[in-house]
Design a protein around this ligand. Sequence first.
Ligand SMILES: Nc1nc2c(ncn2[C@@H]2O[C@H](COP(=O)(O)OP(=O)(O)OP(=O)(O)O)[C@@H](O)[C@H]2O)c(=O)[nH]1
Ligand SMILES: [Zn+2]
Length: 199
Amino acid sequence: MSEHEPTEVTREQAEEAVRTLLRWAGEDPTREGLLDTPRRVVKAYGDWFSGYQIDPGEYLRRTFEEVAGYDEMVVLRDIEFESHCEHHMAPIIGRAHVGYLPTSRVVGISKLARVVDAFARRFQVQEKMTSEIARCIQENLQPAGVAVVVDASHECMTTRGVHKRGVSMVTSQMLGAFREDARTRAEFLDFIGIHGGRR
Ligand SMILES: Nc1nc2c(ncn2[C@@H]2O[C@H](COP(=O)(O)OP(=O)(O)OP(=O)(O)O)[C@@H](O)[C@H]2O)c(=O)[nH]1
Ligand SMILES: [Zn+2]
């Protein structure tokens, strides 16, 4: 993971913001147990929000041509991810399922998971993330279609707010053949284990 290098905010300013939040919560940031906390929090943020330093399309530009005439659906399912909601900066924990219908080019499968991570490691709204993943694959790989389903739980509604545990949000973005052809879409949903709307 590359070190996070913000453009206009210094590490010291970011650490000071953490001290401010600690004081706001009623803590004393100078007590021994908290002395290293701002440094740790800023380091953690550098990891959680490293997606801003990445161009996800870059992962999809190295493709394999002519993989033995393979022209059927490719599906990578259960891609675990961690993200944060842009409303509360609270974790969004879930799984993404990504499918595409290659024309002449296929991509290394790990790259699909890297694309998911690059978008997840930003402040997100689930609908936006789902659409960004699908559009990035469509634009860079130019397959006959892309399908993305994201199933995630939002800690902003499990650990605070309405406190509804066990609730997950499911979003999907279908492009090309997956949008236009019900059978292609059904085959994808079957692959990822969603039948008639239930998993
Ligand atoms: N559609 C969508 N909503 C989200 C997502 N993440 C968080 N939210 C919702 O964003 C909304 C923000 O609502 P506000 O009323 O502005 O915030 P709030 O006062 O903290 O609301 P509560 O969460 O209901 O306590 C909440 O309903 C969240 O559940 C997301 O990825 N997609
Ligand atoms: Zn939220």
